[in-house]
Design a protein around this ligand. Structure first.
Ligand code: ADP
Length: 241
């Protein structure tokens, strides 16, 4: 999209970030008492809560799989999360995001251990400022660990993109609106396996490889923050004992 906004000036972005710099991220595990596992995450201007229930018997029964658990991730944007009030309830975009997050998580949770069960992952976007699917999946992963759901790894997500012809890490709101491409990914950091990859806009093969590499690096940095948040929660539990 053509715009007069200069997204990069003197090598710096609108919010003063370097091209390969993430927005500030804060992660807290175990913030809700009723859910089996939960996480609160702030990522730039995004604020996200993830809550996990289960494994529990899947209902209605025809949804049950006799060989494994089903994973139901439900991504929801609060009406007050964006500038103009968003019409409440599911829409095409939130159904798509719920589906891709469910599929990413299904590939990392050891679903064979819970036949006929469902694992429900609620992702509530309280404040949205671009990159909410990555923020939502990253929070969901911490909530799943907090719920004690067995997984092969702790998945993590991050995006890279292209603005003003340059590949950059973690697009902010204006960069997402006026930039040329966005490439959100989720990975298993232990193996480097890609669990989710979507692309909006156009990249050459070279730019795509550069963006993928940068997003991977972002994932590894955020993965350490996830682990720290989990350790902090269980350190507190130890201290109370
Ligand atoms: P993501 O949040 O994963 O980047 P999109 O690229 O679809 O997903 O959305 C980018 C941003 O656009 C969102 O983070 C949010 O700030 C904004 N947005 C999305 N849907 C709406 C909506 N219905 N109304 C207003 N803003 C929206």
């Amino acid at each position: 999209m053509k715009t007069d906004i200069k997204l990069i000036q003197d090598g710096k972005r609108l919010d003063n970030r370097r091209l390969d710099e993430l927005r500030p991220i804060k992660i807290e595990a175990g913030v809700l008492h009723r859910a089996e596992g939960s996480c609160y995450l702030e990522w730039g201007g995004n604020k996200v809560i993830a809550a996990v229930y289960g494994p529990r018997e899947a209902v209605p029964r025809h949804t049950q799989n006799p060989l494994r658990a089903i994973v139901n991730a439900r991504y929801n944007m609060a009406a007050f999360s964006v500038d103009d009030r968003k019409r409440p309830g599911p829409d095409r975009r939130s159904r798509e995001i719920s589906k891709v997050i469910s599929e990413a998580l299904e590939n990392i949770i050891i679903v064979e251990r819970y036949p006929r069960a469902s694992i429900d992952v609620n992702i509530e976007i309280l404040d949205a400022e671009a990159g909410t699917r990555c923020a939502g999946l990253t929070a969901a992963a911490v909530a799943l660990v907090d719920a004690g759901i067995p997984m092969k790894d702790i998945p993590v997500a991050c995006a890279a993109g292209k603005i003003e012809g340059q590949v950059v890490l973690d697009l902010g709101k204006d960069e997402d609106n006026y930039g040329q491409a966005d490439l959100p990914i989720a990975i298993s950091p232990r193996t480097g396996q890609i669990l989710l990859l979507q692309m909006d806009g156009h990249l050459t093969l070279d730019e795509f490889n550069q963006a993928l590499d940068l997003a991977m690096k972002g994932c590894y940095t955020i993965s350490e923050m996830q682990k720290k948040a989990i350790m902090e929660k269980y350190q507190k539990v130890e201290e109370v004992k």
